[in-house]
Design a protein. Structure first.
Length: 178
């Protein structure tokens, strides 16, 4: 804002944000970097899910430990600078807490049953990821299936809604909650 205000009024050009539009169009180099970023993150997630499945056969794992292990699997991919945000690893009811962060001393123990929410991301030289996965660690109950299906229907309703320009977020919320 300071830079904008430093420009004399008669030299200000008002209109579309040109850099914003240009950023929306990726060139081949940027697309290649995105693909490489997603490949690395996908490999890290694969290693994490295999580790989780194997470990849960013989012991429980804390939410905190799961987040740290995912970080280590990402780090092993190379060109990794760290998490794009602190991983949200929420087991069962903790998965419903908005922006939940497992604490090393108080995080829940993950068992081979129930549902695990994983919301995390990595920063690599080639790009940044932000993924969310909901994992059933055992056969889901009828209630869990119903709730998951209702949330999915809400996402689909919102994604396919046609609404006029200027529609407010509160109005869109109704589509998701129908």
């Amino acid at each position: 804002m300071r830079l904008y205000e430093a420009i004399p009024e008669q030299h200000r050009i008002k209109g579309d944000n040109i850099p914003l539009q240009l950023k929306a169009i990726k060139n081949e180099t940027e697309i290649g970097h995105l693909r490489e970023t997603m490949r690395k993150d996908g490999v890290a997630l694969l290693h994490f899910f295999r580790w989780l499945e194997q470990e849960l056969k013989s012991r429980t794992i804390t939410e905190y430990e799961a987040g740290r292990r995912l970080h280590e699997f990402r780090k092993a991919q190379g060109d990794y600078f760290g998490e794009s945000f602190t991983a949200i690893v929420g087991y069962n009811s903790n998965g419903a807490i908005v922006h939940y962060r497992p604490d090393e001393k108080t995080s829940a123990s993950i068992k081979p049953e129930g549902i695990l929410l994983l919301d995390s991301g990595g920063q690599y030289l080639q790009g940044t990821t932000d993924i969310t996965r909901t994992i059933a660690l055992s056969a889901p109950t009828d209630e869990q299936k119903r709730n998951y299906t209702l949330v999915l229907k809400g996402h689909i309703a919102l994604a396919t809604a046609k609404f006029p320009a200027g529609t407010a977020g509160a109005q869109l919320d109704a589509f998701a909650r129908m």
